[in-house]
Design a protein around this ligand. Structure first.
Ligand SMILES: *Cc1c(COP(=O)(O)O)cnc(C)c1O
Length: 485
């Protein structure tokens, strides 16, 4: 390489900053205004609309070699992208388990993007924001001062990390050099048959394999059978295996079941097992005075995985892992390397850093939108909103019970209602009804299989959903059902 000479070095006007800040400022204000309108007027649009083949085709283009005007790019965004999202901001969205987000969260996300700070570590106030959230989360769940917490993408990642902490707690530090070779081979984990698929995947990724996960039966409300769990642990011990972990559910994905967490804690205490809770959406039920009593026992878990982006309404993504033994958590992931040396002064101070608590090095500022959300609404209002989604689910349940053409397929325990239109070939008819609902843009429930039967599954998670959305769902199901039979 030739040595750089002064006159070939970049000048300030060769940076990526705008030539004309005022022009970009005006564009930015317009985008912000448009996006406020997009959210404020969400009800006027369909929940979802199919993407026309032509739109998809026209959107494709060559790798851009030269830059374009931001106003033109924004026009493409407004035409091709914004109208065709999944629709979880819309009050009629009831599929899967998706949060609705808020305009306040959006603003915080914009501020975070402007700061563009890497929340891996170093001595900076954004780390204190994340630590503030850790303090609040400890308080929400009644965890001790020694508990640690960290933002991650979502509960799938938080569950995997929880299992890795449990793994290193059981095997000891050698697992980090020798993997499962020393004593990992016979380790067994337990969960119910109703648990989310990411648990089995986490067992796979953690090196145990899915065969090391025992699926314990559930009662008719999909709560784990604690006696069957004890019995299976005894069988496995007798066979020379080593039980080490129980994964309980605080809100199952299919029907919103909450395991008897106090009973699980009892089993884990007696059998010396790690208790991890998948509380992806349900754990934040602790903020609701009606739901909190049903989560009793969650305060004695060893680790909890949950999402602020579901019932917490924080914009995507904002998953969280809370671990009772913060030191064990740190020992699972922290890896001293020269280029991450810690100091007592300067920018490299303030150890431990978030990157010591998980596999991510570079990390966005998820804590800021969560901090804004918790402060703007307060836990009482968020808890009331969570309670209201459950009340709406009960209203939907009542409407189904009163309508002879509809049939409830699972008990309504939280914010999820599984039902179907009665018909001879009900699976086909109900799958068709759901597709028609999506295409009509009236409502967007999803489906699941319960006891071999296809159910329409409405999960009320969005804070914007109201009684009229429930009524629109029911009348559209009846209309489409009549059309299909
Ligand atoms: C959503 C969900 C998950 C997965 O969480 P992500 O944030 O999507 O990774 C896990 N378990 C349950 C019960 C869920 O509802």
């Amino acid at each position: 390489m030739k040595p750089a000479s002064r006159d070939t070095l970049p000048e300030a006007d060769e940076t990526l900053d705008p030539d004309d800040w005022n022009k970009l400022r005006a564009e930015g204000h317009r985008m912000l205004d448009d996006m406020f309108n997009h959210i404020a007027k969400v009800r006027e649009r369909p929940v979802w609309r199919p993407i026309p083949a032509e739109t998809r085709a026209r959107f494709r283009e060559e790798l851009p070699r030269e830059g374009a005007d931001v106003a033109d790019i924004y026009r493409e965004f407004a035409e091709y992208i914004a109208p065709y999202t999944a629709g979880n901001v819309h009050p009629g969205f009831m599929g899967w388990v998706n949060g609705g987000g808020t305009a306040v969260g959006m603003l915080a996300e914009m501020l975070a993007a402007g700061l563009n700070t890497n929340v891996a570590g170093r001595d900076q106030m954004p780390i204190e924001v994340e630590r503030q959230i850790v303090l609040w989360v400890r308080q929400m769940f009644g965890f001790p001062d020694t508990a640690s917490g960290i933002f991650v993408t979502g509960t799938s990642m938080a569950n995997l990390m929880g299992i890795l902490v449990a793994r290193s707690a059981r095997i000891g530090p050698s697992v980090r050099q020798r993997g499962l070779m020393d004593r990992g081979a016979g380790l067994i984990a337990y969960t119910s048959v109703a648990t989310h698929g990411c648990i089995a995947q986490a067992m796979d990724l953690a090196g145990f394999g899915t065969d090391a996960l025992r699926r314990i039966p559930v009662d008719r409300c999909h709560r784990i059978d604690a006696d069957a769990l004890r019995a299976q642990v005894a069988v496995d011990r007798a066979a020379g295996l080593e039980p080490f972990l129980v994964i309980g559910s605080a809100g199952t994905v299919d029907i919103g079941a909450i395991d008897d967490l106090a009973a699980l804690h009892g089993v884990c205490r007696d059998e010396k097992l790690w208790l991890h809770i998948d509380g992806a959406f349900g754990a934040l039920g602790v903020l609701s005075p009606e739901i909190a009593p049903r989560l009793a026992g969650i305060e004695s878990a060893d680790s909890i995985a949950f999402d602020f982006h579901k019932w917490g309404q924080v914009p995507y993504d904002a998953g969280f892992l809370l671990v009772r033994d913060g030191e064990q958590h740190r020992r699972t992931f922290a890896a001293p390397v020269a280029y991450l040396r810690r100091e007592t002064r300067g920018l490299a101070a303030g150890s431990p850093w978030p990157c010591d608590y998980g596999p991510d090095m570079s990390r966005g500022f998820r804590a800021l939108k969560t901090w804004f959300t918790l402060k703007a609404y307060g836990t009482e209002r968020l808890g009331a909103m969570i309670g209201r989604t459950c009340a709406l689910a009960r209203c939907l349940e009542a409407q189904i019970a009163a309508e002879p053409k509809l049939e409830l397929l699972a008990p309504v325990q939280l914010n999820i209602v599984c039902f179907r239109y009665r018909a001879d070939d009900a699976d086909r008819v109900n799958a068709e009804i759901v597709a028609l609902l999506h295409e009509s843009g009236i409502a967007a429930p999803s489906t699941t299989m319960l006891d071999g039967r296809l159910a329409i599954r409405a999960a009320i998670v969005n804070h914007r959903t109201g009684m009229r959305d429930i009524e629109a769902l029911v009348s559209a199901v009846l209309e489409f059902g009549a059309r299909e039979t």
